[in-house]
Write a protein that binds this ligand. Structure first.
Ligand SMILES: [Fe+2]
Ligand SMILES: [Fe+2]
Length: 187
């Protein structure tokens, strides 16, 4: 089993915080663990090292929101190096978005590139599976608020909706009056 291979990383704050981050509309932590699962079991078929694959999979999307489709692998690879992971782990991470990013140069890199795609499909399956019960949308709403990256966007969108609703209801003169009233009451 792969838990031993990643036990220390599972408690690292950079990994723990992904429980509250959104990725493919599900918790990023779920995506990372699915990637670990697929990587670990695919590794023997590629002649790759299972421990390297599992550790690379757990870290492969850290801070992915700060990069693009093609560059976020390099961001996560740098974080892995900063956490003290060996070069083989970073090398696997950097190419996990292939064919949208660089081509894998190691067996572990190929494993992760395939495992990430399978994990993404599994994420989608889990999201669609939870739509009927309402769980998926409930979790998504929670993530929108708990993920600092999306929380700011969410707040801006809510503010815009509120303004346009007021605009529709009150019109320009009413909206100005409302602003004056709310600024007076806040003083
Ligand atoms: Fe990624
Ligand atoms: Fe991923």
């Amino acid at each position: 089993m792969y838990w031993e291979a990643i036990a220390d990383l599972l408690h690292h704050p950079r990994v723990v915080e992904t429980r509250h981050h959104m990725h493919h509309s599900v918790p990023k932590h779920d995506h990372l663990l699915r990637s670990v699962h697929f990587s670990y079991y695919l590794a023997p078929f590629f002649g790759a090292d299972q421990v390297t694959c599992a550790r690379a999979a757990l870290l492969h999307d850290l801070d992915s929101r700060y990069g693009t489709l093609t560059t976020h692998g390099a961001i996560a690879a740098r974080i892995a190096a900063e956490l003290g992971e060996p070069e083989a782990v970073s090398a696997a991470i950097i190419s996990h978005m292939y064919p949208f990013g660089p081509r894998p140069t190691t067996r572990e890199g190929w494993v992760l590139a395939v495992a990430d795609k399978l994990a993404s499909l599994a994420d989608l399956g889990a999201f669609v599976g939870g739509l009927l019960s309402g769980r998926s949308l409930r979790v998504r709403r929670q993530l929108c608020q708990s993920d600092p990256f999306y929380a700011a966007r969410y707040a801006r969108r809510r503010h815009r909706r509120l303004i346009s609703a007021l605009w529709r209801r009150l019109g320009r003169s009413g909206l100005t009056r409302q602003r004056i009233l709310s600024s007076e009451t806040s003083q």
